[in-house]
Design a protein around this ligand. Structure first.
Ligand SMILES: Nc1ncnc2c1ncn2[C@@H]1O[C@H](COP(=O)(O)OP(=O)(O)OP(=O)(O)O)[C@@H](O)[C@H]1O
Ligand SMILES: O=c1[nH]c(=O)c2[nH+]cn([C@@H]3O[C@H](COP(=O)(O)O)[C@@H](O)[C@H]3O)c2[nH]1
Ligand SMILES: NC(=O)CC[C@H](N)C(=O)O
Ligand SMILES: [Mg+2]
Length: 514
């Protein structure tokens, strides 16, 4: 019997992997294919259902991604999401145009009538929207099943043809009952049984790594962060002594971080690893001198990392494989996960140089989200305090200092960041807030301190709550915590005379500043 499969057709949305993941959470196997995939190929897979993703384009413009119209006549259920919903309406005779009011963020959606898609969903339900265009008129044969004050067509259905579409994104957690809606599509509309189970990820990965590596040598890029720690422990279980972990101190780490990582993973630490710490501060500062453009900075850091790994590999001799703790969000934001646009080149994906002197890069966590990586970490017996640490980006403070990077600026942001982290921990907020840090805006402004005029830098404080780091909300930190932090920073950190709190969510901002 064929394995029950739902196919996600990728039109360039940012959340495609989330859609696949929600389907997998229903115990239904799911794969993502580009919209450029031939209809015959899709038909041959005999999917139980097809989901069209969102995407940045406008369906009514020429050259926007489209698909063979026959897909709607196969009798296979189709769910269109955002761009996907607009495409379905556009192709089947509805009208899509620029919306008079664009919707962004959480919006209350009113369900107008019962539908297989909305079983067990409240009549008024908070959904997450992100669109500039809208469906002005549904296609003939479709019934409008939900709306919002600014969006007359928030969801439609054609029961007979098993076609469904939502302007909002059910796959993101901000859509309160989105999981239910996707489960409704998968079970009620596609008629899936939900008998597929994800095999034990850890076990399968260890087996696959052993097969690939054989008796070769492996270098693991270890930052001490969650992802590479999980990758390193996984690798060490798989190939033992054939593994060497290399930790690079590029001078863009948080205060005292180099020593802390060494204490855990080094010779006196808890793991029996071949561990090398490379102090590469000077060469990174030299390469970054005077560079302001964020993507240029990311690429320089990405390349320099690799050059350091290559040099270390040469010293060890005969190293074929480089392991990185890359996870899915790194891939999608770098714009290489399918049809999505480049938001920022993560140093370990889009920031990699063209030529890398290893036979192969192994990335065992590449398809997982952060919370899934954490689950794998726990399964591997890594202690809670390591598994639940907040993430820290590979390019480090290099992308938290807007504009050019200097050793003085690094010190400012390190000191401010240490104060912010200390105050957050003291207030007992470190478990609730998923990522928090200080950044150095490149802005200088006038202040007055001790009756003297100052013309100094502004620090921005950031704290966000999120589960998957694909979307995030600015955390509501009590004012007294922000106040205490502010006065400590301006008093204790030289050349800072102003502190701001970033209230923006993601989107429209991102978590990091560059
Ligand atoms: N300072 C570093 N030294 C060596 N490798 C690094 C360093 N920083 C990042 N890397 C490599 O780049 C990968 C991606 O970095 P990233 O910050 O996303 O992951 P992480 O540090 O492992 O986990 P976390 O997201 O929790 O910080 C890491 O998994 C690691 O392989
Ligand atoms: O290893 C990394 N290399 C990078 O180049 C990078 N850029 C962002 N991040 C982390 O990814 C998450 C999402 O960040 P953004 O909202 O800023 O894209 C957040 O957790 C960021 O800290 C990175 N991690
Ligand atoms: N998120 C999306 O899929 C956006 C679809 C389309 N570009 C719009 O703005 O309406
Ligand atoms: Mg990190």
């Amino acid at each position: 019997m064929k394995r029950e499969t739902v196919i996600v057709l990728d039109f360039g949305g940012q959340y495609n992997q989330l859609i696949a993941r929600r389907v997998r959470e229903c115990n239904v196997y799911c794969e993502i294919y580009s919209y450029k995939t031939d209809l015959e190929k899709i038909k041959a897979m005999e999917p139980k259902g097809i989901i069209f993703t969102g995407g940045p384009n406008s369906v009514y413009l020429e050259d926007s991604p489209s698909y063979a119209k026959e897909i709607y006549d196969l009798g296979i259920p189709v769910l269109g999401i955002c761009y996907g919903s607009q495409l379905m309406m556009h192709q089947l005779g509805g009208k899509v145009c620029k919306a008079p009011v664009r919707e962004y963020g959480k919006i209350e959606v009113t369900v107008d009538q019962s539908s297989a898609l909305f079983e067990n969903v409240s009549e008024k339900t908070i959904c997450w929207m992100s669109h500039n265009d809208y469906i002005e008129q549904a296609a003939p044969g479709f019934k409008i099943i939900a709306h919002t004050p600014d969006c007359p067509v928030a969801a439609v259905e054609n029961v007979e043809k098993k076609l469904y579409a939502t302007q909002f994104h059910p796959e993101v957690l901000h859509t309160k009952e989105g999981k239910q809606m996707l489960a409704n599509f998968v079970f009620n509309v596609c008629g899936c049984a939900g008998s597929w189970k994800m095999d034990s990820f850890v076990e399968e990965s260890i087996k696959a790594i052993r097969e690939k590596v054989g008796d070769g040598k492996v270098l693991c890029a270890l930052s001490g962060g969650v992802d590479s720690s999980v990758a390193a422990v996984l690798l060490s279980k798989a190939v033992g002594d054939q593994l060497t972990c290399v930790f690079v101190d590029h001078g863009l780490l948080r205060k005292n971080e180099g020593d802390e990582v060494e204490a855990v993973f080094g010779p006196d630490g808890n793991y029996n690893l071949n561990f090398i710490r490379v102090n590469a501060q000077e060469r990174f500062y030299e390469k970054l001198k005077g560079v302001e453009e964020p993507e240029a900075k990311r690429k320089i850091i990405g390349e320099e990392f690799i050059r350091v790994f290559e040099e270390e590999a040469k010293k060890i001799g005969a190293v074929d494989f480089l392991v990185q703790g890359t996870i899915y969000p790194d891939v999608v934001e770098s714009g290489v996960g399918g049809e999505s646009t480049v938001i920022k080149s993560h140093h370990n994906v889009g920031g990699l140089p063209e030529h890398v002197d290893f036979k192969e890069i192994i990335e065992p966590l590449r398809d997982l989200f952060k919370d899934e990586v954490r689950k794998a970490g726990l399964e591997l017996g890594i202690p809670d305090y390591l598994v639940f640490r907040q993430p820290f980006p590979g390019p480090g403070l290099g992308i938290r200092i807007i504009g050019d990077v200097t050793a003085e600026k690094v010190q400012m942001v390190q000191d401010a960041d240490a104060i912010w982290r200390e105050e957050i921990a003291k207030a007992g907020l470190d478990k609730e807030v998923n990522q928090y840090f200080a950044a150095l805006t490149n802005m200088r402004s006038v202040g007055v301190m001790g009756d003297e005029r100052t013309y100094d830098y502004a620090i921005a404080l950031r704290a966000v709550t999120t589960t998957d780091f694909m979307t995030a909300e600015s955390a509501e930190i009590p004012w007294d915590v922000i106040g205490r932090t502010t006065s400590r920073i301006v008093n204790e950190v030289k050349h800072v005379n102003r502190v701001m709190y970033d209230c923006t969510g993601k989107p429209p901002a991102t978590i990091e500043f560059e």
